[in-house]
Design a protein around this ligand. Structure first.
Ligand code: SAM
Length: 370
């Protein structure tokens, strides 16, 4: 196997040379490494540097880069696991003193050992691993999903099978994907009388990434359950509303009278902790990350996003109204002047988060009074 020395952040390691012509990772190399996930790993190293877990499991290591970086760049004791003996051997080659390397099924490992932070970074869906991870994680749980098409509604049946939820391909589909994954993790967690608090969650390109705090006790489990529900989307126009609870209500659009279609169950609560995000933003300049520029834009956006469960792509709204969209600054200003909260969103450059109703959003696009 041909290897090449790679540096990410302040960590150097050997990775198998990947097939540049492969249509999509994992390609043909025997051990997986995808440079395009550097932002995902940088985010987690930064998260660990901020929350300082007492130990951390990289449950699916491949080259071990994620766990090695957490150990090296945040000073956290780590265990790195992979089911593939070839990968485990490669991780051992890459790992220095003090890093534990194990070779086995992540579900078996997580069923028998507990870690302060558990990290799932599988091929595609994390769904088969979330139950054991909920039992293994003491304080923090980190999850990557790269099966964005099932999560966001482009592959409806696969999404329903994996997450027992019904997505819908809307203009805010990236957010639906993140919230369906969060809702799934929340439901897997509460059965153990434990709850979750999302700390740092975002979507980028073809992945969704969650960093969660795990809270023990029935009170936290019940609070978590109280944040599960549905986005009720009008099938005819842009109106949508939230419905908390396990059973979606029958509802009609106040504007056009069409039925509202439930999207979910999904997570309706906040998805980021602005204080922690601020702490991470403060640490970022000293970290030496390759994706510092991207993260320095992402973190303030996440900290300011209104905690609504969907956003409007106002260019789509303008297209629908056969109007030219205003600039983002004007759009935000019009919504605020009408008395509503309005912020950008990290999901889309033309996305606006607001607590304004649909008719006010349309009026803001047109520049008229609602
Ligand atoms: C997407 S790669 C991990 C990438 C790595 N975390 C990184 O940041 O580069 C997924 C890895 O999971 C491993 N894997 C697949 N099924 C597994 C299981 N049941 N238990 C543990 N590892 C597994 C594969 O061998 C593969 O190396």
């Amino acid at each position: 196997m041909e290897r090449v020395l790679v540096t990410e952040g302040r960590t150097s390691f050997f990775a198998p040379v990947q097939d540049e012509n492969a249509a999509f990772p994992p390609g043909s190399a025997p051990i997986f490494y995808n440079r395009r996930m550097e932002a995902n790993r940088d985010a987690t190293v930064l998260f660990c540097a901020a929350v300082r877990p007492s130990d951390y499991l990289d449950a699916m290591g491949a080259t071990g880069v994620r766990g090695l970086r957490v150990a090296n760049e945040s000073g956290t004791p780590v265990t790195i696991n992979d089911i593939d003996p070839g990968a485990a051997a490669e991780i051992r080659r890459n790992a220095g003193e003090g890093v534990e390397v194990t070779c086995g099924d992540a579900n078996a490992l997580m069923s028998t050992r507990r870690f302060d932070a558990v990290d799932l970074d599988p091929f595609g869906t994390p769904a088969p691993f979330v139950d054991a991870a909920c039992r293994s994680a003491r304080r923090y749980l980190c999850v990557t999903a790269t099966d964005t098409a099932p999560l966001c509604g482009a592959h409806l049946k696969a999404g329903m099978r994996r997450y027992f939820a019904r997505p819908m391909n809307t203009d805010y589909h990236s957010e639906v994907g993140l919230r369906i994954l969060l809702g799934f993790v929340a439901r897997e967690m509460v059965k153990y009388d434990r709850g979750i608090e999302p700390l740092f969650c975002f979507a980028r390109e073809h992945f969704v990434r969650l960093h969660l705090r795990v809270r023990r006790g029935v009170r936290h489990a019940d609070r978590t359950l109280g944040r599960i529900g549905y986005v009720m989307q009008c099938t005819n126009d842009i109106h949508r509303e939230e419905a908390v609870g396990l059973i979606p209500p029958a509802a009609v659009c106040p504007g056009c009278g069409s039925s509202l279609r439930p999207i979910g169950p999904l997570w309706l609560g906040g998805v980021n902790d602005p204080d922690l995000i601020g702490q991470m933003a403060g640490l970022l300049p000293g970290m030496g990350f390759g994706t510092e520029r991207y993260l320095s834009r992402l973190l303030p956006l996440l900290a300011e996003e209104l905690p609504t469960s969907s956003y409007y792509d106002y260019h789509e709204v303008a297209k629908h109204l056969r109007a030219s969209p205003p600039t983002m600054a004007v759009m935000l200003e019009r919504l605020r002047a009408a008395g509503y909260g309005a912020t950008r969103t990290h999901y889309a450059g033309t996305g606006v988060r607001t607590d304004a109703p649909a008719d006010v959003v349309e009026a803001a696009v047109l520049g008229v009074n609602p």
